[in-house]
Design a protein around this ligand. Structure first.
Ligand SMILES: *Cc1c(COP(=O)(O)O)cnc(C)c1O
Length: 373
């Protein structure tokens, strides 16, 4: 019998067998020829890493147990005790928590750079500054970073540029092509796309950094399980179609909210009124993702009423699944920011973030009309 599956089976094993000493010697002499132990490498996690690496156009990648593990692995690729990093002030709350609460304790310090000052880093750079971390499209205000200008500015100061590309996805934007050094994902979001897996990935522009990433993934134990890898690979097969559908729906939702009398502001790069609309259109190849935020009056009762009345946007503090959801930055994702950081970003109780799914858009618009009435 010759079994040749079309789809990679799930190699649900923690370890692999060797015939003899020659076989184990071959594992070390010919990298990639065999597997040893799943934390070091597994056919399923390698398939996911290769898929993300191909999409992003990198020299190598590692799949990680979560997006947070991906951020940690990326920072560890370049940093050691005594180093300093720059981070865009508009950043995922977990990234801020990692930097403020954990890496600070290990001797890696951080300075936050306001969005308007990202292309003029001189006042922020110290002798020990190693890198800048930012997001292609920020959460929750959907500010868009000019990646080419950002890479030029970083490299002028001898800094590595690390991009969290979770919101944009490589369907819109491939940061390595603009000069970024590492690009990372919460695979949990658009790459897997079905809200049923927690995973991450980091892709390197150079083979040297890719080898560092693999070492870090293995020895810190950040790598991903076979089952989660398999689900992520399956999700990624429809990513191009899903992200286009998410984007088209979000555009219509944003246009609907923009003229709604109860809505005070809408943040979506696809709107002509968005400050980086032209940049976003170019860098995103005409797609703007399924993520948007809008502002209701700063009144807990008003926000609660919206959440209670909406059927199609359940309050579920994640994003990018095929089903729509809403989240609340102040109460969930951006809780860990200091009050100062929250105020500077305008993260108040009235700010709601939608993750627009791929349902028929008329149903989504009808639901929002009902919830806001
Ligand atoms: C969710 C998210 C993360 C963290 O990913 P996990 O998979 O939850 O660990 C990092 N960055 C961004 C932009 C995210 O949205």
């Amino acid at each position: 019998m010759n079994i040749i599956p079309k789809i990679t089976p799930i190699y649900q094993t923690s370890v692999f067998k060797f015939e003899d000493l020659d076989a184990v010697q071959q594992y070390f002499d010919e990298p990639g020829s065999r597997y040893l132990y799943s934390r070091n490498g597994n056919p399923n996690s390698d398939e996911l890493a290769d898929a993300v690496n191909r999409w992003e156009g990198g020299a190598g990648a590692v799949a990680t147990g979560s997006g947070m593990a991906a951020i940690f692995a990326a920072l560890m690729t370049y940093c050691q005790a005594g180093d300093h990093v720059l981070c865009a002030a508009d950043i995922y709350g977990g990234s801020a928590a990692l930097l403020n609460q954990e890496l600070a304790r290990l001797g890696v310090s951080v300075s936050y750079v306001p969005f308007e000052e990202l292309y003029n880093l001189r006042p922020y750079v110290q002798a020990s500054t190693k890198l800048l971390l930012c997001e292609t499209m920020s959460n929750p205000l959907l500010r868009v970073v000019d990646l080419r200008a950002m890479a030029t500015e970083c490299h002028q100061h001898n800094l590595k540029l690390v991009i969290d590309n979770t919101f944009a996805t490589p369907v819109l934007t491939k940061p390595l092509a603009y000069g970024a050094d590492l690009v990372l994902h919460s695979v949990t979001k658009y790459l897997a796309g079905h809200s049923d897996v927690t995973a991450g990935a980091v892709v390197a522009r150079t083979a040297e950094d890719a080898a560092r990433l693999r070492q870090i993934g293995t020895v810190f134990g950040l790598t991903l399980s076979p089952m989660e890898s398999w689900l992520s690979v399956r999700g990624m097969k429809t990513m191009r179609l899903r992200v286009a559908a998410h984007s088209h729906n979000a555009q219509q939702v944003a246009e609907f909210l923009e003229v709604h009398p109860t809505v005070e502001a809408v943040y979506y790069p696809g709107l002509l009124t968005h400050p980086q609309h032209v940049l976003a259109a170019t860098q995103g190849h005409g797609l703007f993702s399924g993520m948007l935020s809008f502002r209701l009056p700063d009144d807990v009762a008003v926000v609660n009423r919206f959440m209670q009345r909406s059927q199609r946007f359940p309050f579920a503090p994640s994003l990018a699944g095929v089903d729509s959801s809403c989240s609340h930055p102040l109460y969930t994702s951006h809780r860990a920011l200091t009050e100062e950081q929250q105020a500077a970003l305008g993260i108040t109780v009235g700010l709601i973030r939608l993750s627009v799914g791929i349902e028929p858009v008329e149903e989504l618009l009808a639901d929002l009309a009902h919830a806001l009435a």
